[in-house]
Write a protein that binds this ligand. Sequence first.
Ligand SMILES: *Cc1c(COP(=O)(O)O)cnc(C)c1O
Length: 363
Amino acid sequence: MNFVNLKGQYQAYKNEIDAELQKVLDTTSFINGPAVSELEEGLKNFVGTKYAVACSSGTDAILMALMALGVKAGDEVIVPCFSFFATAEMISLIGAKPIFVDIEPKTYNIDVSEIERKITPKTKAIMPVALYGLPADMDEINLLADKHGIPVIEDAAQSFGALYKGKRSCNLSKIGMTSFFPSKPLGCYGDGGALLLDDEKLYQSIKMIRDHGSAKRYYHEIVGINGRLDSMQAAVLNVKLKRLQKELDARQERANVYTEFFKKKGLETPVVKDVDKVSAVAQYTIEVENRDDLQKKLQEKGIPTAVHYPLGFHELPVYKKEYGDEKYPVTERVSRRVLSLPICAFLSEEDQMKVVKALDELL
Ligand SMILES: *Cc1c(COP(=O)(O)O)cnc(C)c1O
């Protein structure tokens, strides 16, 4: 059993994916081909924004969002203390300072009540993360940000397709960004990402940054990057995007199977749905006392699991010197306890039963 059943997914869509890839090969429009425009059209329609910019990765999407907003060396950007490194990394890369905020114990998302006291005159953006696919409390965050005139970037790398009060993740703030890393809810066959937004000026600026700071070839106006998505990846995504809602429903169904099992055992379960939110269930992540031990024992039974993530940002070797004295108690507790179980639309009933049976024996 693989942690994510990408093989099963490919087998299910193989004919169409192969045909779409062959089309790209036949036309040789490898960069900015029709598949990329088709994808951008599909993404913005799915999410409900005016604009979509496909790009080279989720990490580059964060970088380009920060660049487009004019975040620069010496500025500060507020992020949750518990996420994948890229959320903080791109802030550091441009010489700005990530300012960490602890997370809520139930949703693992940024604790909104802790944001305001971290805002300073240097704060140039707030970047909540929809961890494991569940959107953060975006209304409250936007309200706070508007009050201080600060833009909000949603790191929706794990939550493409999730809902918040009926609206799609990526359409919940000034700029939404996502990742098409193969194991994300919508994944390509390499690296990819996208930015989604309504603001026309920012849209033009992001498109320029994506193409070496030029709107017209070889007439470079600003310093940008090569942040393009290639046509092969777009071709794969076009096939998968059509099936995404079905896959999201299948993820919820599998999450429900786990949740029923844990409830029966009297154990806590993660939030995959509540009155305001429907998670994309990028991960189904439980908390356990003896996490490392359980992970090892599951591995011995052939059950793959993952730890997202073993350390808070402030504890990472790269940040320890600068932030090591800061305390984020929820992040510190949760990072020692979380364990993500196999989940995706192509997790078979048989495999999921194996996981449940193994957990039943070990817990
Ligand atoms: C995956 C991920 C990213 C980075 O996306 P890549 O496409 O891998 O560069 C950023 N933020 C979060 C929260 C992620 O999970």
